[in-house]
Design a protein around this ligand. Structure first.
Ligand code: MN
Length: 236
C-alpha cells in the first residue's frame, strides 16, 4: 500500500472468507470495458430515485460528471497504446506498473469511471410497499449502515465510503479520498457510497448526513450480495 496509503481508513466489519492462495477474486466478472471507454447508460430514469435523490442531481452526476471522467480517461490513454487493452480492473489494480505520466490520470479518471459505473449500477428505485431484502451475508443492516455512514461522514473533502472485501476475505468498510478505488489497495469493491458534493449538493446542500440516510433507501443490497458471490469469494 506504500504508494497509495494517504487518507485511507479501514474498519473490519465481520466474517472470514476462504480464498484460494492464488485466486483472490475473478477480475473478469467485474467488467470487460477497455479503451475507448464509453458512458454506461443509466439503468433507470433520472427521476426514478425520487424523493431520495433528485432528477437534476442524477442528470448532472451521470451525464456531466461521469461523462467527464470517461473523456479524461480516454484522453490520458490515447498516447499509451500499450495500455489500451487493459481493463479498468487491471489498470486500477496495477497502478504501480503504469508509467508516471499515466498513473495519476488513471488513478483519478479511471477511478472516476469505475466508481461511478458501480455507484449508478448499485442503486435501485424503491418498490412501493415492498422494502428491499437485506442479505444476511452482510450481517445486521443497522450496524452496517452506521459503519458506512461513520466512514462517509469522516471523509474530509471528496471521496467514497466503500463496502469491500480485503485480501483475506474479511468484509471491510473503507473511506477513500477522491476517486481512489479499493482495487488499488488490494480490496475487492462491493458497494460504493459517493460523498462528493456533486452527489448531493443540489438537494441537500451541506447536509451530507441527510443524503447518506436517504441513500440507504436506494442502495441495492441484493445486487451488492450478487457482486460478492460473483467475485469467487466464499464465506466460511
Ligand atoms: Mn460522483
Amino acid at each position: 500500500f506504500a504508494h497509495f496509503s494517504g487518507g485511507r481508513h479501514i474498519v473490519m466489519v465481520k466474517g472470514i472468507f476462504s480464498i484460494p492462495a492464488k485466486q483472490r477474486w475473478r477480475y473478469e466478472v467485474l467488467s470487460e470495458m477497455t479503451y475507448p471507454f464509453s458512458l454506461p447508460k443509466l439503468p433507470y430514469a433520472y427521476d426514478a430515485l425520487e424523493p431520495y435523490i433528485d432528477a437534476d442531481t442524477m442528470y448532472f452526476h451521470h451525464d456531466k460528471h461521469f461523462q467527464a471522467y470517461v473523456d479524461n480517461l480516454n484522453a490520458a490513454l490515447e498516447g499509451y497504446p500499450v495500455f489500451q487493452s487493459w481493463s479498468l480492473e487491471q489498470l486500477l489494480g496495477g497502478l504501480e506498473a503504469l508509467p508516471e505520466g499515466l498513473r495519476t490520470a488513471v488513478r483519478n479518471n479511471g477511478g472516476g469511471v469505475y466508481n461511478h459505473w458501480l455507484y449508478f449500477d448499485l442503486m435501485t428505485p424503491q418498490i412501493q410497499g415492498n422494502p428491499q431484502v437485506f442479505p444476511p451475508v452482510f450481517g445486521q443492516k443497522e450496524k452496517l449502515e452506521a459503519l458506512l455512514k461513520q466512514a462517509a461522514m469522516g471523509i474530509f473533502g471528496s471521496g467514497f465510503a466503500w463496502l469491500a472485501a480485503d485480501g483475506r476475505g474479511r468484509l471491510s468498510i473503507l473511506a477513500l479520498a477522491n476517486q481512489d478505488n479499493p482495487l488499488s489497495y488490494g480490496f475487492y469493491p462491493i458497494l460504493p457510497l459517493d460523498v462528493w458534493e456533486h452527489a448531493y449538493y443540489l438537494k441537500y446542500q451541506n447536509l451530507r448526513g441527510n443524503y447518506i440516510d436517504n441513500w440507504f433507501q436506494v442502495a441495492n443490497w441484493t445486487k451488492a450480495a450478487g457482486r460478492l458471490s460473483a467475485s469467487g469469494l466464499h464465506l466460511l
